[in-house]
Design a binder for this molecule. Structure first.
Ligand code: URA
Length: 331
């Protein structure tokens, strides 16, 4: 489809994915277990938009500049090993599960220990000195970067992940979409946005004559699933940020779309609300950034789909103004 058509058909195409979202909602209402899966995915994906009850917020600290972030320590040297963790958990008082959970965490996600600051034993200085210096993240090529991420143990999130979720798509794309962190499906499959929210995202891209893998690269701020889909913590964001920065510098997109409050706030280093960040062009690492709602949130909020369509139109106009050529769109 020609690009101008997608703009002209704003009121024809946008409702397409609006309707698909509605269909997903109806399917959700009609299916017991399926609805739980969908809700779990939605809750997994988004930020304050994703929970009916706002999650307790941690105070956002400014992130360290990427150049200051040391490459993660070599595996096995700083992070506690899983068997150590198990021992620690056996000897510590266990959480009381008689109280009702405050969110939709699976019962095995008893991650209270996870945030115990004493649980992370720093490597002895001796061991750190002996560790071979790893090349800085900002010097890595695609393969080395993907390998570094897949072996990353720079923060506690490595301990419960199934897979790291690096990113997917055209590594020379004009458009880069950035979400929050993997959810359950993504953790299992190792690819971003593969659940119901991902289907909506694909429909949104289709409305712009774009497709996952064709002139679009999709990544997350955080490469490992936070247990129980809790909000990523500032130190986890800081540890992961060099990977995203390197991905951006390798892709060299003409445009970034930040999906949801968490991605927007992390990229733009702000506490501002999503509504105040929408409708303007920001920048990240010199690349224009448009902020829109997270697709998991849009699955549950029909009225805001129209606003998201407006955001995508602004994104497209910004891409064109930044040298984007309609011939680069997927056919
Ligand atoms: N939500 C996100 O923010 N990222 C994913 O990869 C999946 C869901």
């Amino acid at each position: 489809m020609a690009l101008h058509e997608s703009v002209l058909e704003e009121f024809g195409l946008a409702p397409l994915w609006v309707r698909r979202g509605l269909a997903a909602r109806q399917a959700e209402a009609g299916q017991g277990n399926a609805s739980q899966t969908l809700r779990a995915d939605a809750d997994a994906d988004a930020d304050d938009e994703r929970r009916a009850e706002p999650a307790p917020q941690t105070t956002r600290e400014p992130l360290r500049a990427s150049a200051d972030v040391q490459p993660p320590q070599a595996p096995h040297e700083s992070a506690p090993r899983l068997d150590e963790t198990a021992t620690r958990r056996e000897t510590q008082p266990q959480p009381d599960f008689s109280a009702p959970p405050t969110f939709d965490a699976p019962p095995d996600d008893d991650f209270a220990w996870f945030d115990d600051p004493t649980a992370s034993t720093p490597a002895p200085a001796e061991a750190r000195r002996d560790a071979p210096a790893l090349p800085a993240v900002h010097t890595l090529d695609w393969d080395a970067l993907a390998e570094r991420v897949s072996g990353c143990e720079a923060c506690r999130l490595c301990e419960k992940r199934t897979n790291t979720v690096f990113g997917v798509g055209d590594r020379e794309a004009d458009w880069m979409l950035i979400g929050e962190a993997p959810g359950e499906n993504e953790d299992r499959q190792g690819e971003p946005f593969v659940g119901p929210a991902g289907k909506l995202l694909d429909n949104m891209l289709h409305s712009l004559a774009l497709a996952r893998g064709t002139n679009v690269y999709i990544a997350n701020v955080i490469k490992c699933r936070p247990p129980g889909n809790r909000n990523p913590q500032p130190d986890e964001v800081a540890r992961c940020e060099p990977y995203l920065q390197r991905q951006v510098s390798l892709v060299k997109p003409k445009l970034i779309v930040a999906l949801g409050r968490f991605a927007a706030q992390s990229l733009l280093k702000t506490d501002a609300s999503i509504s105040s960040l929408r409708g303007r062009v920001h920048t990240y690492e010199g690349v224009p950034v448009i902020v829109t709602y997270h697709p998991a949130y849009l699955l549950r909020s029909l009225p805001d789909k129209a606003k998201a369509w407006t955001d995508l139109c602004l994104a497209r106009a910004t891409w064109l103004a930044n040298g984007g050529a309609p011939s680069n769109e997927s056919k």
